[in-house]
Design a protein. Structure first.
Length: 228
């Protein structure tokens, strides 16, 4: 019996050592789908879904009530055409640094009021990439103490483990889905000192795709409700 107990203890110790080694390498037992079961991810998705529904309701109201023909909207359209790009640039820079300004919604709204698409898309994408690069640089040079002030410890640990397992695939997916907090990953990239050139490319291109889709949608919505 004592021999069997010793064997069992040795097996348990071997399993524990293997699990510890996996955790050290970032190979936790969590799969990619487990990310969407975390409370902070669920809240991001729920908030995003609510905002989409509210936006669609507002568009239906604008069209049914003919609000788009009011002088107020004409004035807003003129103001956006005159000063909108500057505002979009600074707003997306801030949005890239985890300030909750909702850059995708800003892009769609600007296009809704008739802002030219190509300047809008390029300005928003560049601004957001600059904001993400600021996060990267601060995390790179100031390290974990700085990041710990910006990101909750549990959230940072979960995202870091997922990054260790999925790497740039995770970053690209987060960049392509507007409701996912890709800004968090910019801190992780800086903290782990990942390649800056790859970081810049994968910060710019996914958001370029997202902002293009949203800008085209916003423009078509503006035409549909009669603002443009």
């Amino acid at each position: 019996m004592n021999g069997l107990s010793l064997v069992n203890r040795l097996r348990v110790q071997a399993v524990n050592k293997d699990n510890d080694a996996k955790i050290d390498r970032g190979e936790s037992s969590k799969s990619f789908s487990d990310l969407f079961r975390t409370s902070w991810m669920k809240s991001s998705i729920i908030i995003g879904a609510i905002l989409v529904v509210l936006g669609l309701i507002m568009l239906l109201l604008f069209r049914s009530l003919g609000i788009g023909k009011l002088q107020l909207f004409s004035d807003v359209k003129a103001y956006v055409a005159e000063y909108g790009l500057v505002g979009i640039f600074f707003a997306t820079v801030l949005a890239g640094t985890v300030v909750p300004l909702g850059s995708p919604a800003l892009v769609a709204a600007a296009a809704l009021f008739g802002m030219p698409l190509i300047p809008l898309i390029l300005t928003a994408t560049t601004g957001f990439t600059i904001g993400m690069t600021v996060n990267y640089g601060l995390a790179h040079y100031l390290g974990r103490p700085y990041v710990a002030k910006k990101v909750a410890a549990g959230k940072l640990e979960e995202v870091t483990h997922l990054w260790s397992r999925w790497g740039w695939i995770l970053y690209t997916i987060f960049g392509l889905v507007p409701v996912l907090p890709v800004e968090l990953l910019s801190f992780v990239c800086g903290l782990l000192k990942t390649r800056l050139d790859v970081f810049l490319i994968l910060s710019f291109l996914p958001r370029l795709v997202v902002f293009t889709i949203l800008a085209v949608f916003g423009e078509q919505a503006g035409i549909w409700v009669g603002i443009i």
